[in-house]
Design a binder for this molecule. Sequence first.
Ligand SMILES: Nc1nc2c(ncn2[C@@H]2O[C@@H]3COP(=O)(O)O[C@H]4[C@@H](O)[C@H](n5cnc6c(=O)[nH]c(N)nc65)O[C@@H]4COP(=O)(O)O[C@H]3[C@H]2O)c(=O)[nH]1
Length: 633
Amino acid sequence: MANLKRYNDGLFKLDLWIRRLLAMGDWELLHTALCDGACEIVRAETAAFTSVDLPGGTITYTAASGGWNPMVSGMTEPLTSGSLCASVAVCGTPLRLDRIDSPRRENCELLKVMEMDTALLVPVFEDGRVTGCISAYRLGHPFDQIDEQLLQQYAHSASMVMRNFRLMEDLRRHAAMLEEEIAERSRAEETIRQMAYYDALTGLPNRRLFNDRLQQSLAMAQRQERPLAVMFLDLDRFKVINDTLGHTIGDQLLMAVARRLRECCRREGDTVARQGGDEFIITLSLVSEAKDAVTVAQKIIEGFHRPFSVDGHELFVTTSIGISFFPHDGQTGDALVKNADFAMYRAKEQGRNNFQLYAPEMNSRAFDRLALENSLRKALDREEFILYYQPKVNVEHCQITCMEALVRWQHPEQGIVPPSRFIPLAEETGLIVPLGEWVLRTACRQNRLWQDAGYPPMQIAVNLSPRQLKQGDLVATVRSALDESGLDPRWLILEVTEGIMMESDEGTLATFRILERMGVQIAIDDFGTGYSSLHYLKKFPVHALKIDRSFVRDITSNSDDEAIASAVITMAKGLNLRVVAEGVETVEQLEVLRALDCRYMQGHLFSKPAPAEQFAPLLGSAAGAYLNFGTWC
Ligand SMILES: Nc1nc2c(ncn2[C@@H]2O[C@@H]3COP(=O)(O)O[C@H]4[C@@H](O)[C@H](n5cnc6c(=O)[nH]c(N)nc65)O[C@@H]4COP(=O)(O)O[C@H]3[C@H]2O)c(=O)[nH]1
């Protein structure tokens, strides 16, 4: 009866301890509690848990109950040590010792520490393999069969707890990995969202997000029958800052501008977005009347009167703003933005640093020009310009001696735009300076490419505009275009109009002299159309004259034209200058000019201006093989 009661008591405690073990948070606590449980269940003085590594051939005393834990935990023995725990691990059967004799004690690291004299050991199995051993010890009071049964059951339940613990650990690890993956993915998603909807430089919504928001605001404005304002902003002369101080400063300025715009438009329903470059667009969806938007525009313009502090520079920038209103100035987002853009151009026209409200007449022909200017301003960045080339031919030797670079604008909607439509506008707006620089660099590079491809060397002629001489450092630009392309200066000829020569001052003269010393040649274009004066021909380092095509056109029928051409050719000879007749379209014109001793000609008779690649077959062989001009030479 007493034994049964002891057995039941033991089972009760076992149940209690298994529940406790299940609640343990980590392996160390679990193992120590496991030992404490064993002590209580079989009323032992002390107990230990040994983990068994059968493949590794070792056992490790992992934990012990009570104060023994720090002393025993971590002790390792080989499975062959012959200690009590090692024997149980190897045999996989319980071991009860009523008396621990000296040789046993000597063999066992644990018993060297604990001075116990009776022991009970049971194996712990997981998946049919011994993975541990629970050992209980007493002083002078041996364990019996009931103790053995209880400890075996405890070991069995404990192995399930440990298995459970391991599974939970795996689960937790997987959950953590999943969480990490989810966190990474949600981002990644956020990055994609940022990239798709926000401008990378300023962090402002981009055009796409702006359009979405504008659609929503328009729908709301329609429902509530309220007005809505769209503003189009462009920084005045931003390009000058960008070109002089560099793109890094330019970028920082744009970031500072974005911050200031956000300060000015903080109300719910305001969206400030970057349209691209130095252009920003804003929607004000909670305006009750037009003057609210005007107030915001004034606030922005005044806000720009404070300098922007960028990288130690105090930069003063102004802005021009155009405003359009829903429903008055447009029913759709596109119309509102376009009309605000028109109004912004009006603001530019009015001297910049101001705002203009859209008016329908802005959408008329006068604004076509503004629109052209607008797209011209963007064309360079968008790489819409290309160069065509037209050969100048030495009719005596039947050779191409030069290629004139002639710029074309590949307008995304209008197709190829001829220079007559945009060069004057570029000249007027100053855009000719960066455009001319691009032409120069591209032409030098192309000529070098031809030379590198093994074609006979020839000159490349580049047209210079008056503004390029007045503005910017022409010498430096030419030098860097030559350096960059590796073109020898003697293969570059700059064409300037008579007008430039006549209006030029000492500064221009000095520029030409430096260019000449560098080895670059100068030609006078459209010769004879201005008030030609021998004086400047003597003064300037000129190498060639081009007889304007207006004299060539009727040279076969108009004796005056023939006389002028003849005089120019004779004068050029006297001054030791080359003469090129331009606009030669017919064999008859060629014959008259040849009779006048003009050796160099250019015109549709030989070739219309064309992209570089079209000249490859011609340049690779004798010039005469091209078209049929060999027959006329
Ligand atoms: N009717 C007729 N025309 C012929 C004939 N042969 C050539 N042409 C045209 O005459 C113009 C010659 O160039 P330009 O006198 O320098 O006159 C150029 C030049 O002043 C200006 N231009 C062109 N490219 C540039 C450039 O890169 N920079 C500057 N600053 N001006 C340029 O635009 C002007 C017009 O250029 P394009 O339209 O390319 O017109 C070219 C060429 O296409 C012909 O046999 N018959």
